[in-house]
Unconditional design. Structure first.
Length: 93
């Protein structure tokens, strides 16, 4: 159905500039996800090394890099959603 958003309370018609901004924001998601995956793969290779190096294993445990990747992922998703709402400007909570 064309223009479904008109039937959903709180949404409005977007200008072409806003549509272009939304598409730029949406395009960032896969790029950010790819970087997060690269970091996770790097951490996996570090953990393989740590299997044979106790000092490296202790360092990784202290640094908690997987926790930071998980937080980065969550915050990046939140940031993209915030940008989307900033452009779309829905009027609902």
């Amino acid at each position: 159905m064309e223009n479904q958003h008109r039937k959903i309370r709180g949404y409005r018609e977007l200008s072409q500039v806003e549509i272009d901004l939304m598409n730029k924001i949406k395009a960032l998601g896969p790029e950010i996800e790819a970087v997060l995956n690269e970091v996770a793969n790097h951490l996996n290779s570090q953990c393989e090394l740590a299997d044979t190096d106790e000092d490296e294993r202790d360092r990784l445990n202290d640094a908690a890099p997987y926790r930071w990747v998980a937080l980065a992922s969550e915050h990046m998703q939140q940031g993209l959603m915030c940008l989307t709402r900033a452009v779309a400007q829905p009027t609902f909570f």
